[in-house]
Ligand binder design. Sequence first.
Ligand SMILES: O=P(O)(O)OC[C@@H](O)[C@@H](O)c1c[nH]c2ccccc12
Length: 263
Amino acid sequence: MSQLKDAILSVTASGDKAFIPYIMAGDGGLEKLKPIILRLQELGVTAIEVGIPFTDPVADGPTIERAGERALASGTTLRKVIETLTSFADEITVPLVAMTYLNPILAYGVEQFAADASVAGIRGLIIPDMPLEESEVVHPALTAAEISLVQLVSLTSTPERMERLTKASEGFIYAVTVNGITGARSSFANELEAHFKKIQSYTDTPVLAGFGISTATHVKDFGSFCSGVIVGSKIVDSLVAEDWEAIEELVKASKLAANEVGI
Ligand SMILES: O=P(O)(O)OC[C@@H](O)[C@@H](O)c1c[nH]c2ccccc12
């Protein structure tokens, strides 16, 4: 069972698309984590991806990397993020998906991490530097704590690997939208449609698109052929600017059912 998957499926069953904002825990200080999470869930997001800052963030883009540097400078650690989340876990109504590299988890202790993360409201986990072949290091402890291990599927994966990653992915499939497609974003949706349909054909676990999604039009475009989106850099920038209107506009773009009937 996966609370994360269930949350996404209940959104798509109602005709809307899943919307998962990414935030960097500790950007602006850890005291901001609670108000940000509570406000995002009030806006109607499906889940929240919570990034844990790391000194060697090989998979992060420049915006996320800088946010990570700010978070580290303010003293943020995996342990402090979990403690902070736990302090208001009873107010968290959406599943949290932690995004952390493998090292901090190993340093914390895999079993202890899984148990503490679960109490903190973490229902999914993305470990971008852990290959599928090595996931047995963490998988049993995560399963015991009912935390879904989400796999990233990139455009460059071979068909065999794509199928393997897709079938192994829990909660949802994180389908990476970009690869050599830079600049003109207006056309990327069309090119990716076939790729996404292929991924979805392997599984009934929802496929979500992430990377480079920054406008309401992107959200709607991707929503037309997958189960929803993950938005990172645009959310991080908007939080720094305290531009909640921009965030609200993106979330609204995922509410297709409401838009159709004009409410
Ligand atoms: O920032 P973007 O282009 O909106 O993409 C989301 C991405 O940043 C976020 O999901 C993320 C942050 N760090 C990661 C590391 C690996 C995979 C994904 C991530």
